[in-house]
Ligand binder design. Structure first.
Ligand code: SAH
Ligand code: SF4
Length: 357
């Protein structure tokens, strides 16, 4: 079958090595692959015909067979706080979500790693979808590129990328790491590694794999409970990887100078928010250079939990502070458009969001 007869293939997500290989296969010197890589990710060229630094023959070769297509923004919901949730359409018709959050002179992109999620945490709206499929590296990098274009975020801006949208990134390990390498490559999107964070519900063997990566983003672990009984009820994966194993992997995780592991803890009223919970969390943190983000539960239709009153949240934080565990209260942004942590689900459609606003 001739390549020209079939649909053009999307180059988005191809690594530097893959593009170099492509150049070689086209009878070109290897460095043409690197130029293509730079063109797509650093220079943001969408039309392969505009890669004018390539030799014309290679350009024509690419044009005849390939394309560069970003996920399409199908809908956008802008919050009163300036953050914006995007519904992005993929090539197979599936939809994912990504969030843009401007904070002072920085921009944070919260991106998805899967369509839905299989981990099934009881307090998470994404869990209600189940998992449909993994995203490709291109679909993850493409979320950052599509939102950068939509929000006119220039290259060189202070950008954070957090894998905290839909999905469990460590259950889509290979493509997530490929995406991280393209995001962090100076010839790629050029985003500093310490500004890229993967958040996990605690897939212990993959945390250990991550510890061995040469190109390693920051790690956040969603703890969300202080005992195994509580955690297994809230985060079912805890039955497979209990707290002791999770914390052992965390203690053994190599941190760079000044780096801390982040732990996330969703506070659920009357469930995991007592001072005794906070004391147990402080004990778990012994021997780990950690900070904790306390996230009062973001509510929405279909789930039974409530956020604790603010005094409870402050008391939880104080118990941690008394034991020298730095803890920060994270009031999620974009709650009025269901863009906040755990609210990314297609069930959280705008009509419901508007009803809550
Ligand atoms: N699957 C990964 C990353 C996506 S979830 C993980 O679980 O870490 C991102 C964060 O949102 C997690 O820390 C999760 O605990 C939190 N979260 C999920 N549902 C939430 C809700 N309803 N309110 C507040 N935070 C929530
Ligand atoms: Fe999946 Fe994270 Fe939601 Fe749990 S909290 S269901 S791991 S997206």
């Amino acid at each position: 079958m001739s390549a020209t007869a079939s649909l053009p293939k999307n180059l988005l997500g191809w690594s530097r090595a893959e593009l170099e290989q492509l150049a070689v296969e086209a009878g070109q010197p290897r460095f043409r692959g690197r130029q293509t890589f730079r063109g797509i990710y650093a220079r943001r060229v969408r039309d392969l015909g505009a890669l004018t630094d390539l030799d014309k023959k290679f350009r024509d070769y690419l044009l005849a067979r390939y394309t560069v297509a970003l996920p399409r923004s199908e809908r956008q919901f802008t919050s009163r706080d300036g953050s914006a949730r995007y519904l992005l359409g993929l090539e197979d018709g599936k939809t994912i979500e990504a969030v843009y959050m401007p904070i002072e002179d920085r921009v944070t992109f919260c991106i998805s790693s899967q369509v839905g999620c299989a981990v099934d945490c009881r307090f998470c709206f994404t869990a209600l979808l189940g998992v449909k499929r993994n995203l490709t590296a291109g679909e993850m990098v493409g979320q950052v590129m599509a939102l950068s274009e939509a929000q006119h975020v220039e290259r060189g801006a202070h950008v954070n990328v957090v894998f905290m949208g839909m999905g469990e990134p460590l259950l889509n390990y290979g493509p997530v790491m490929e995406a991280v390498r393209i995001l962090a490559d100076p010839d790629g999107l050029g985003i500093t590694l310490r500004r890229i964070t993967i958040s996990t519900s605690g897939i212990v063997p993959r945390i250990r794999d991550l510890a061995c990566e040469a190109v390693r983003p920051r790690l956040a672990v969603s703890l969300n409970a202080s005992t195994d009984e509580q955690r297994s009820a809230l985060v079912p994966i805890n039955r497979k990887y209990p707290i002791s194993e999770l914390m052992r992997a965390c203690r053994e995780y190599p941190l760079r100078p000044r780096e801390r592991l982040t732990f996330e803890y969703v506070l659920l009223d009357g469930v995991n928010d007592s001072d005794q919970d906070a004391q147990r969390v402080a004990e778990l943190m012994q021997g780990v250079r950690a900070k904790i983000n306390l996230i009062p539960y973001n509510s929405g239709p279909g789930l039974p939990f409530r956020a604790p009153p603010i005094e409870r949240v402050l008391s939880f934080q104080q118990v941690l502070a008394d034991r020298r565990v730095p803890a920060f209260i994270r009031i999620s942004r974009g709650q009025d458009v269901m863009a906040a942590c755990g609210q990314l689900s297609l069930a959280g459609a705008p009509s419901q969001a508007a009803a809550r606003a």
